[in-house]
Design a protein around this ligand. Structure first.
Ligand code: PLP
Length: 375
């Protein structure tokens, strides 16, 4: 099997799996217990926290462990907006956001917030001119992802942070789920960041909310006060330690993997350029390539590759079972037929040269096979 759906989730590193197992065998204690073993477990928790902050160069931030980016996004948005209500009611959000941001922000309309969308460039980036037009004294929250999960487009996070310096009451939240462990970005002007371990070869069920002023955040649900009183509940220490390990390996090997994966995506782009009815979306990180077969259904391409034992996805795993057209591709002004025929290929640190070549051959084969339906 050739796995090319790594933007949905990655295979855990062996080191992450063995850390998880070892911690659950030897440090299975509750980090909140005050006996010696509990304190030992807590030391490991604190060491993991420090390591993650160091690896991401997040000086001045705190690391709140969560179950993943969905929870981190929910906590950041709901908690901050609860506090900000008295200062303004407008939330600015890019059109590109993952449902865990989009639906949470949309739900805040019921709390009296007004949501405005920042437009997108044809390259799949947040349009800075549109952001400038929307910024006014009522804006209290801006949310923009770091790397788009559909096209890989890298968003101008540092430029946005710079713009927001003139708006001190604005909280800037960044969903960095598809960036962490893949590229180095400057997050110094950001207030909160989300990530999920399973996107960088850690385990599912662990993630983090990285926050500059964690003490000013209120809980959105209640319990024993774990994790700075923001995310109560006994922590998943094994998965957290495995996340720190996975991030360390991903960051250490980042340059060499980036170069290798860039080779794969460039090769793929060259190989399909010029084939009739094929549209390549502009990219960003080399890990994600979005290709459309105009006139076909994305599902048909996914299934044809599946028959060749290659796993890719239509748009994003969360949305791929829904019939609606992908919002990111629509926001980039693609024709409906291009959006319908789109598939997402996503490489990981485990992808081999041979797999990358086999994918290209398979795509050419599928293109030939379904030539009759293409426009
Ligand atoms: N944000 C982005 C950009 C994502 O790609 C994903 C997962 O696909 C998430 C958030 C949600 O991550 P999780 O499902 O681990 O909570």
């Amino acid at each position: 099997m050739i796995y090319m759906d790594n933007a949905a989730t990655t295979r855990p590193y062996e080191e992450a799996l063995s850390t998880f197992e070892k911690v659950n065998r030897t440090y299975y204690f509750n980090t909140a217990s005050i006996h010696q073993e509990g304190r030992n477990a807590d030391k490991l928790l604190e060491a993991s926290r420090k390591q993650i902050l160091n690896l991401l160069d997040l000086e001045g931030f705190e690391c709140v462990f969560t179950s993943g980016a969905t929870e981190s996004n929910n906590i950041a948005i709901q908690s901050v907006l609860k506090k900000k209500k008295q200062f303004g009611r407008t939330v600015l959000m890019s059109e590109l956001e993952h449902p865990s941001v989009l639906n949470t922000v949309e739900a805040m309309k019921a709390e009296g917030f007004d949501v405005k969308y920042i437009r997108t460039t044809a390259d799949g980036q947040v349009n800075l001119e549109s952001l400038k037009e929307l910024l006014d004294g009522d804006v209290v929250f801006v949310t923009v992802m770091a790397v788009n999960n559909i096209t890989g487009a890298i968003q101008p996070v540092a430029e946005i942070a710079d713009l927001l310096k003139d708006y001190p009451k604005v909280h800037f939240h960044v969903d960095a789920t598809q960036a962490a462990g893949k590229i180095k970005m400057n997050f110094s002007g950001v207030d909160t960041l989300s990530l999920s371990a399973h996107k960088f070869h850690g385990l599912k069920g662990a993630g983090a909310l990285l926050a500059k002023q964690v003490k000013s955040l209120d809980p959105v649900y209640y319990g024993g006060g774990h994790e700075f009183n923001i995310r109560s509940g006994t922590v998943n220490l094994g998965a957290i330690a495995a996340m720190a390990k996975a991030l360390r390996i991903s960051v250490q090997d980042m340059e060499k993997n980036h170069e290798r994966i860039s080779g794969y995506s460039e090769h793929l782009r060259k190989a399909v350029t010029g084939l009739p009815s094929i549209h390549l979306q502009p990219g960003g990180v080399p890990h994600i390539v979005n290709i459309s077969f105009e006139g076909a259904q994305g599902e048909v391409i996914v299934n044809a590759l599946g028959a060749r034992d290659i796993m890719v996805s239509t748009t994003s795993a969360c949305a791929s079972k829904l019939a609606s057209l992908n919002e990111t591709l629509m926001a980039m002004n693609n024709k409906a037929a291009v959006v319908k025929g789109s598939i997402r290929i996503s490489y990981s640190n485990f992808t081999t040269d041979e797999e990358a070549d086999m994918l290209i051959e398979a795509l050419k084969g599928v293109h030939k096979e379904i030539g009759g339906v293409l426009k």
